[in-house]
Every structure is written in structure tokens, then in C-alpha cells.
Design a protein around this ligand. Structure first.
Ligand code: AMP
Length: 113
């Protein structure tokens, strides 16, 4: 399988890792849209939210807790931050490996575009 984010998990593609645990890896987005923009991904390959099975609940839960840990570690949780998951083409998902965007460091508008 030719998956960019699997290669990041396997450390075959360089990136700026800010957090790792047994279930998730977090690294800075290469094209940040906020002063802090980190992607949190599961170590296992899950292509998209709409492909998840009930059995993936633990993995996805751990990814969300990892996102919380990243936000805390980077000092975002005092002012607030946003978690975004783009699912599918219309939402702009460009990498077919589930990822949570952690965005912070500025005021974030609502609704998103
Ligand atoms: P999405 O558009 O929601 O699928 O998000 C994919 C994100 O991956 C985009 O924000 C890209 O900037 C980011 N991205 C793509 N390649 C890399 C890379 N090699 N290292 C870090 N971030 C990347």
C-alpha cells in the first residue's frame, strides 16, 4: 500500500513529529493554516472516517485523546483550539489515512468554508 502517512509512521518520510504514543503519531502540517497546525494520525492504516468499522472505536478514541494531549503539550488548551477531520472528496480529504487537524494559536472563524 502506498500511503504517505503510513510512511510517516514508519519514519520513511521526514516530518516534524511533536508527539507519539502507542496508538498515534502527531506532526506539524507541511502547509500550516494556523500558527499551530498539527496532524494526529493512527499508527494503523484507516483510510477514512466513512470506512471505519465498529471495531475501530478504540483506535479512534486513542487518536482523539492523543489530539487532546498534543493541544495540552503545545499550550493550546488555555485559549481553545479546533479539531477538524475532512472525510471524502467534498470535504477536501487529500490523504487517505484518517487524520485529525489540530488548529490553534489564532481566533478561528465559524462556519468554515
Ligand atoms: P486533508 O486535506 O484534510 O486530507 O489534510 C491533509 C494534510 O496533510 C494537508 O493539510 C497537507 O498540508 C498535509 N500534508 C501533506 N503531506 C504532508 C507531509 N509530508 N508532511 C506534513 N503534512 C503533510
Amino acid at each position: 500500500m502506498d500511503c504517505l502517512f503510513c510512511k510517516i509512521v514508519e519514519k520513511r518520510v521526514p516530518c516534524d513529529v511533536v508527539y507519539e504514543d502507542a496508538y498515534a503519531v502527531a506532526f506539524r502540517d507541511i502547509r500550516p493554516v494556523a500558527p499551530t497546525h498539527v496532524l494526529v494520525i493512527p499508527r494503523v492504516h484507516l483510510a477514512a472516517i466513512h470506512h471505519l468499522r465498529d471495531a475501530d472505536i478504540s483506535t479512534v478514541g486513542h487518536v482523539m485523546l492523543a489530539a487532546r494531549n498534543v493541544a495540552h503539550q503545545l499550550g493550546l488548551d488555555s485559549n481553545g483550539y479546533r479539531l477538524v477531520i475532512n472525510d471524502g472528496d467534498a470535504a477536501g480529504q487529500s490523504v487517505d489515512h484518517v487524520h485529525v487537524h489540530v488548529l490553534g494559536g489564532r481566533t478561528l472563524m465559524w462556519p468554515p468554508g
